[in-house]
Design a protein around this ligand. Sequence first.
Ligand SMILES: [Mg+2]
Ligand SMILES: [Zn+2]
Length: 176
Amino acid sequence: MKPSYLKIAFLDRDGTIIKDYPDEKWREIKEPEFLKGSIEGLKRLKEMGYDFIIITNQYLINDGIISLNDYQQFTGKFLKKLKEENIDILKIYFCPHNEKDHCHCKKPKQGMIEQAKKDFLIDMNNSIYIGDSHVDYLLAKHFNLTFYRINYNGDNVKSYRSILEISKQIKKIQNK
Ligand SMILES: [Mg+2]
Ligand SMILES: [Zn+2]
């Protein structure tokens, strides 16, 4: 039997699925606030056969702004809400390191996606990447993943207002 490769939507978390804040403000944030269109968009991507992997920089942990425990509590609430909406996340990869740690996982470094490729059989040619930052763009480009940006601030990449809008765009391309 041929092994079945997964079509993955790699997703950034903060500023892509849920609201992001200035670093210091994260001390107070205990509940994820889902961005408009993110849950509906994930549902549609799921219908189109995508599985979800989240890759997120969480340097606030090693910067001492949030604790690992804070991160885990928050992640529990985040996953619970998605579960209630029938959205499963295959795995969340997070990098707790800051610049001083010189790790191999902090985006745009490739460690988290390299690890995902070891953990799962991934059809990289048909997988996509959705994120809001330049580091997301750079990482997607490194792996030749089609990149969809939420919002626009900076370089020359077309952007979308929500994951919902992106899911509609992908559907349109598929139907051509
Ligand atoms: Mg982000
Ligand atoms: Zn790291």
